[in-house]
Ligand binder design. Structure first.
Ligand code: F6P
Length: 338
């Protein structure tokens, strides 16, 4: 069999490890030929490929980013007319035939899962692997990239404690996560955040001010506030900047913000993410060998299995009130809002 791989959406540590898992398994065990499709779905619309061999896998396991490049190009656009979409579908099908591909592995987040489901609908043999630091892909317990982003954010929060205590300041750190609060929740609890604000939970800025003042009265002279970039607020400012300004206004205490940004997406994956990415990549090759198409590889407990793409597409996995970290964190005095 001859299979194609593409990586789409935001990059993250672990993508290259996934590519390596697919390729080493497909080439060594199943005798497949593997073609890298460059630039996400753009490489399907305008053929741009590279042959992937055992040799091209060296150094991938611990490297960040994606050797295939990525984009946010969507092959199926809501706004397209029926004719435009049918034309694009024909282009994709013709290109798949021209590349002589028997199947395509799509590695990506929510948008990619939606596109992969539509590729399956037009008759392409597709297997997808969930990828994102946001950990918001429905149907899998965790995505690779998440553990690395949480490690990076936690290390940053650890560092903010020393400067906060030295200056008796409130330090606000804004972390990524798009519409989900998973990175903020996990790094907030791992980094000893006192206040953790998530897009999924409402918060009251005056209540936050009272909590901080109360902490000072009890001799806790600094406070760490972890803010997910996607929290709901009426300002046009970035979430971290808005929260920091509101806190300083409410409490009169010096408050500074840090927007962690793209460092959460860069560099070498953690060992956990390397293992998860490797397992998922190898299972993607297994699904193809078994001609078990139209599926997304997923983690359930400690098992790697798969789920039909049409059950995943378009769904977000968000933090809920009954999350154990929320329940136990509240008991420990962490403020998550209401
Ligand atoms: O989906 C990963 C992510 O890093 C989000 O956490 C963030 O909101 C978004 O990508 C940023 O998108 P871009 O890379 O296009 O700026």
């Amino acid at each position: 069999m001859r299979i194609g791989i593409l990586t789409s959406g935001g990059d993250c540590p672990g993508i290259n490890a996934t590519i390596r898992g697919v390729c080493k398994s497909a080439i060594n065990h199943y005798g497949m030929e593997v073609i890298g499709i460059l630039g996400g779905f753009q490489g399907l619309l305008e053929i741009e490929t590279v042959q992937l061999t055992e040799k091209s896998m060296s150094g991938l396991l611990n490297s960040g980013g994606t050797i295939l490049g990525t984009s946010r190009v969507k092959p199926f656009k809501k706004k397209s007319s029926l004719e435009e979409q049918e034309e694009r579908n024909r282009t994709i099908l013709n290109n798949i035939n021209e590349m002589q591909l028997d199947a395509v592995v799509c590695i990506g987040g929510n948008g990619t899962q939606k596109s992969a489901a539509k590729l399956a609908e037009i008759g392409i043999n597709v297997v997808s692997v969930p990828k994102t630091i946001d950990n918001d892909v429905w149907g899998t317990d965790q995505t690779f990239g998440f553990d690395t982003a949480v490690s990076i954010a936690t290390e940053a929060i650890d560092r903010l404690h020393s400067t906060a205590s030295s200056h008796k300041r409130v330090m606000v750190i804004e972390v990524m996560g798009h519409k989900a609060g998973w990175i903020a929740l996990h790094s907030g609890m791992a980094g000893g955040g006192d206040i953790v604000l998530l897009p999924e939970m409402n918060f009251d800025i005056k209540e936050i001010g009272d909590i901080i003042i109360d902490r000072v009265k009890k001799g806790k002279t600094h406070t760490i506030v972890v803010v997910a970039e996607g929290i709901q607020h009426e300002s046009t400012k970035r979430a971290g900047e808005y929260i920091a300004q509101q806190i300083e206004y409410e409490t009169g205490i010096e408050t500074r913000e840090t927007v962690l940004g793209y460092v959460q997406r860069g560099g070498s994956p953690t060992p956990y993410d390397r293992i998860l990415a490797t397992r998922m990549g190898a299972h993607a090759a297994e699904l193809i060998a078994n001609k078990d198409f139209g599926k997304m590889v997923c983690l359930r407990g400690n098992d790697i299995t798969s789920i039909p793409l049409d059950e995943v597409a378009g769904k977000l996995k968000l933090v809920t009130e009954d999350n154990d970290l929320i329940i136990q964190g509240r008991k420990m005095g962490v403020y998550f809002g209401k």
